[in-house]
Each structure stands twice: as structure tokens, then as C-alpha cells.
Design a protein around this ligand. Structure first.
Ligand code: ADP
Length: 450
């Protein structure tokens, strides 16, 4: 059974059951009241009748006495202990005479059924002239009460049926209203699966109900999936393109070596040099690619308290020694400036900026550190070729390089800054670049002190 039918069925059945329970309760309460009323009436009447009969019995013949008491819709009877009875009935209820006489010595009120009709029966003791106790009985038809109850049953039945009509209509509308967006979403998903294209739901409603929100979330998810898919596609095509160039260089130099390498030592040296540098570039690129890919799983961040001043001294010294470049540290930090961070990842971040400063400038690289409000800042400054204004917003994109020609020389992969961005996000630090073409570049790292 589909959702729509289920909603329809459940709401209809629930309403029908509720209506039935309500109507049955109304009927039960009402019929109880009517019966109690009838009982009270017959009990009163019986008390009055017994009082008068008790005075008159012995003075008036019993048959006449009874005739005076006979109701318009029933029977009176006086039963002696030996069950001998005198009976008087109304003209319509002559058949009641056939009820066998029964001697009841105490007071009693009950209902009885005869030929599918209901009667109220009351009995009270009456002292007979001979001193014995007789049973004075009154039977009255309950036709009028039954008629009222029949009308009530009819009205409640009609009310139930009439009330079910709007229930049926509203549950049909409700089930359609709820299932329509779900059905559209399923249809869109099927279309996506069939066509392999990212499609969105058409959201017409202006309301902000849960169904609208579900549709919006679905569209948002499709947006995300599409942009991730596009990014991956771009990443793969860029990665294969980037790897193709060094592989082509290696392939052409190695075949050159195969053919003429042994005979021409100059060519041999040039080829080995080119193969070596391309291999290094590929190694660097694959390492960075691996790091970027691993981020999708998680950066394993290992937070520790790091004393920043000596950390920076050590990092700049290591860099100077490794690359034989002057890195001047200008720190305004006090000896006890501690930050909570992952030491190795922060070092990696600094190396990326230092590497760029080294690759794209020839002068001294400056590292300036200090505190500002609740933040510690580190600036890596170079006086190199700088980045043109138009390229600045894009340098953090994967594989983006400002100018193929100048990068070919420096051997960049275009992955350094995007890796820096990912590391910064994982560490919760802020990074940005400021640059003027032909003057130099400043990389900023801002770290919140906790
Ligand atoms: P790459 O490995 O090519 O250096 P990056 O992602 O680190 O890749 O940098 C992207 C581009 O931004 C580089 O190709 C370079 O053109 C430019 N760039 C980055 N840092 C500097 C800098 N300090 N000076 C000049 N250009 C820079």
C-alpha cells in the first residue's frame, strides 16, 4: 500500500472510530437518563397509587378500584399470595393480561420485554381487607421513550454519515498534499539516476512548512553534490594534465638517452638533469595530492601548547639551513606566548609560505610576528615578483598558477596554497595574501589565543 493510501485510510478510520465512540457515548448517556426518568416517574406514581388504594380497598370492589388506576398505556394488577389476580388494562394493551400473575411481596421496579416492546414494571405491597399482603402491580409501556431513543439513533446515524463526508474529502486532500512533494522528489531522483544529470525540485509554495524545507534541503544537497562532482572532475582532469607534462618530458629525454646518450656526454648530463627535476616535481606534486586527498578522511590534528617565539626561531633556522636563503625573524612576541595548535601542521603551513617566498623572490625573506588584541599574527614577506591583482583571489584554488612560464622555471604545482588553506581550516587559523606585482607579497597567518 502506498503512502497516500495509508494516510487516507488511517485518518478516515481514526475519524470514523472517534465519531462512533462519541455517538455511542451520547446514546448510552441519553438512554440511561431516559430510563432513570421513567423509573422515577413510575416509582412516584406507584407510591401515590398505593397510598390511595390502601385507603379505598375494602370500600370499593377491587375491579373498580383497579379501573380507576389503569394507565392509558398499560395495566394494573392486584395479586394475592395464592397468585389469584384482578387485572385491568388500557384498551390498547389488552394483550398484557396474558402475562402470568406473579406474587411479589416487596417493592420492585424493573423493565421487561414482551413481543419486542419494552415496559416498565413496578410492584408494591398492599394490605388486603382480610389482613393478607397483596402485590399491587403497575405495568406501563415505554413506547414513547423508545420512540425518542429511535429518533436519537437515527439522528446520530445520519450525523455520523454526514460528518464522514468532509472527513473523507479532507483526508484525501491531506494525503495528496503530503505525498505530492515526496512523489515529485522521488520522480526527480529517478530522473537523476536515469539521466545522470543533477536536477532540482521546482518549489512553488511560499510557505515555510516542513515539506517546503524538505524540498529546499533536497535542492541544497543536489547543489552540494553537483559542486563536489564538478570539483572532483576538475581535480582529476587537472591532476592528469599536470602529471602528463613531466611524464612526457621524462619519456622524451629517456628515449633521447637511449639513442644517443652514451655517445654524447653533454646530452647525457642535460637529460639526467631534466629527468631528475621532473621526477622531483612529480614527487612533490603526488605528495601534495595525497595530502589533499587524505584531508577528505580527516586531518589528524594533535593539539599541544606551543611556545611561539622559540618555535618560529627554530622553523626559520631550519629553513635557512635547508635552502641556503636568508630568513630574517623579527618577533615582537614575549617569551611566554603560548598557543594551542598542532606543531607539525603549523610548520607545514609556514613552509608552504616560505617556499613560495623563496621560489618567487631572490631577496631576504622576512618573518614578522607579534600580538594584536586577542590574536597572534605571523607575516611572511618577500620582495619578489608579486601576484597580479586579478590572480590574487584564485591562487588558493587547486592547480591554479599565475603564469605558466614563470612557474615552469620554479617548478610549482599550483597545489601549495590550496593545501595551506586546508591546513589553516583544520587548525582553525586565518590566512590571507596581500601582494603588489613587481613589489612583493605578504602572507598573513592569524591565530586566536585561547
Ligand atoms: P605553486 O606550487 O605553483 O607555487 P601555490 O598554490 O603555492 O602553487 O601558488 C599558486 C600561485 O600563486 C603560484 O603559481 C604563483 O604564481 C603565485 N604565488 C604564490 N606565492 C607567491 C609569492 N610569494 N610571490 C609571487 N607569486 C606567488
Amino acid at each position: 500500500m502506498n503512502l497516500r493510501k495509508k494516510i487516507y485510510l488511517y485518518t478516515t478510520v481514526l475519524f470514523a472510530v472517534l465519531l462512533l465512540i462519541m455517538n455511542i457515548t451520547v446514546y448510552a448517556v441519553f438512554s440511561k437518563l431516559i430510563y432513570e426518568n421513567e423509573q422515577a416517574a413510575i416509582s412516584n406514581e406507584m407510591a401515590n397509587m398505593t397510598k390511595i388504594a390502601q385507603k379505598s380497598i375494602g370500600n370499593v370492589p377491587e375491579a373498580e378500584l383497579l379501573r380507576a388506576f389503569v394507565p392509558s398505556n398499560g395495566m394494573v394488577r392486584l395479586v394475592q399470595p395464592d397468585k389469584k389476580a384482578v387485572t385491568s388494562t388500557s384498551p390498547d394493551e389488552k394483550a398484557l393480561r396474558e402475562i402470568p400473575s406473579e406474587y411479589i411481596s416487596s417493592e420492585l421496579i424493573k423493565t421487561m420485554e414482551r413481543d419486542n416492546r419494552f415496559y416498565m414494571f413496578a410492584s408494591a405491597p398492599l394490605i388486603l381487607p382480610d389482613g393478607e399482603i397483596g402485590s399491587f402491580q403497575l405495568i406501563r409501556s415505554m413506547d414513547s421513550a423508545e420512540k425518542i431513543l429511535k429518533t436519537l439513533r437515527f439522528v446520530l446515524g445520519i450525523v455520523t454519515v454526514v460528518a464522514m463526508i468532509p472527513v473523507l474529502i479532507s483526508s484525501a486532500i491531506l494525503s495528496k498534499f503530503i505525498t505530492r512533494p515526496v512523489a515529485t522528489m522521488t520522480a526527480t531522483m529517478k530522473e537523476i539516476r536515469k539521466s545522470g544529470q543533477f536536477k532540482r525540485l521546482k518549489l512553488e509554495g511560499k510557505s515555510h512548512d516542513e515539506l517546503q524545507q524538505m524540498g529546499e534541503t533536497f535542492n541544497h544537497m543536489i547543489d552540494l553534490l553537483e559542486s563536489n562532482y564538478e570539483k572532483q572532475k576538475l581535480f582529476i582532469s587537472n591532476a592528469s594534465h599536470e602529471l602528463k607534462t613531466p611524464l612526457t618530458v621524462i619519456e622524451s629525454y629517456s628515449s633521447l638517452l637511449k639513442r644517443r646518450g652514451l655517445k654524447e656526454p653533454e646530452l647525457f648530463n642535460e637529460s639526467i638533469e631534466a629527468i631528475h627535476s621532473e621526477a622531483l616535481r612529480m614527487k612533490e606534486m603526488t605528495e601534495q595530492l595525497l595530502l589533499l586527498a587524505r584531508h577528505d578522511d580527516h586531518w589528524m590534528i594533535d593539539l599541544k601548547m606551543v611556545e611561539l617565539k622559540s618555535f618560529l626561531t627554530q622553523v626559520t633556522r631550519t629553513y635557512e639551513d635547508a635552502f641556503n636563503r636568508t630568513v630574517r625573524l623579527d618577533s615582537a612576541l614575549s617569551e611566554n606566548t603560548f598557543i594551542q595548535t598542532d606543531e607539525n601542521k603549523l610548520k607545514q603551513l609556514l613552509f608552504i609560505f616560505l617556499d613560495n617566498a623563496r621560489k618567487y623572490s631572490d631577496d631576504v625573506i622576512k618573518v614578522i610576528a607579534g600580538t594584536e588584541k586577542q590574536e597572534v599574527y605571523i607575516r611572511i614577506e618577500d620582495r619578489g615578483m608579486g601576484i597580479p591583482m586579478k590572480d590574487l583571489p584564485r591562487v588558493f584554488d587547486r592547480f591554479y598558477r599565475v603564469d605558466e612560464a614563470r612557474n615552469r622555471k620554479t617548478g610549482g604545482s599550483g597545489l601549495g596554497l590550496s593545501l595551506a588553506k586546508e591546513i589553516a581550516d583544520a587548525l582553525g587559523v586565518e590566512i590571507r595574501l596581500e601582494s603588489t606585482e613587481g613589489v612583493g607579497t605578504v602572507a598573513y597567518i592569524s591565530i586566536k589565543v585561547t
